[in-house]
Design a protein around this ligand. Structure first.
Ligand code: MN
Length: 257
């Protein structure tokens, strides 16, 4: 008889361990293997890929709203949680989310959700970040639970070292492979005053242009689950080739030896 070990899955997020999005993901992930949760003790949204290198981090046992899952809360960032979770036991797959808020287009640069999945890939374990938009009320995770399951089926077919960014619309009508939308956004800093008359500032990050067809933003705006395969190499290959051709491989200015 062929005995296949259960897939070992680590779940983390940036909304904090008690987020309903994490519980919704854990509920589905249980169908795929053995789930452990290692997640921040408080919300760390927009933490991006920060790591805690100047202080020790520690963890405590926690109880989340899904039966039969070991969970630990950490006084660290999402990337810390991925790294600590991978240190504590052997893991085959890291899932991060489901984030309460989309991580589309340029939002990927700020996302703690995506950073936790990226950290996993940097450490040699495949990672998937999962997010959904949020309105006035919390998302209805049950409304797209079947799509979470279908997405995990699609993305765990083999064990290649891959990084995916997934975004679920509230009521999906299908799944699309997409590229990252790369539009400029309005990064105005809006000054205001607090009740004590002190100055403070709000950052706004609103895309300036309509989403391009085939992108992550376009898919979610059109009620499709967006799956974007990502890479960690940020090199602009075309620009590199241009410079290599011009300078013969050296970047030194004339006269500098
Ligand atoms: Mn978040």
């Amino acid at each position: 008889m062929l005995v296949v070990d259960a897939m070992k899955i680590l779940i983390t997020n940036d909304d904090g361990i008690y987020s309903p999005g994490l519980a919704a993901l854990a509920k589905v992930a249980k169908r795929f293997g053995e789930v452990t949760v290692v997640a921040p003790d408080v919300e760390r949204s927009s933490a991006s890929h920060a790591i805690t290198s100047h202080l020790p981090i520690s963890f405590k046992k926690a109880k989340i709203d899904v039966d039969g899952i070991q969970a630990f809360k950490v006084n660290g960032t999402p990337a810390d949680c991925a790294a600590l979770g991978l240190h504590l036991s052997k893991i085959d797959l890291v899932l991060s989310g489901i984030n309460m808020g989309p991580n589309l287009g340029n939002a990927m640069w700020h996302s703690g959700t995506l950073a936790a999945a990226k950290q996993a890939v940097l450490l040699g374990v495949r990672g998937i970040a999962l997010s959904t938009p949020v309105g006035k009320d919390d998302p209805d995770f049950e409304a797209f639970e079947s799509y979470v399951e279908e997405t995990l089926h699609l993305l765990t077919k083999d064990d290649a070292l891959t990084l995916y960014n997934v975004n679920f619309p509230p009521k999906p009508k299908g799944i699309m492979w997409t590229r990252q939308s790369n539009r400029m956004y309005d990064n105005q800093i809006v000054p205001s005053v607090d009740p004590m008359g002190r100055k403070h500032y709000w950052f706004t990050v609103i895309p300036l242009e309509a989403a391009e067809e085939g992108t992550d933003r376009w898919a979610v705006e059109n009620d499709y689950v967006s799956i974007t395969p990502l890479r960690l190499d940020l090199t602009d290959e075309a620009l590199l080739q241009q410079h290599l051709k011009e300078k013969g491989g050296t970047a030194q200015a004339k006269g500098q030896q």
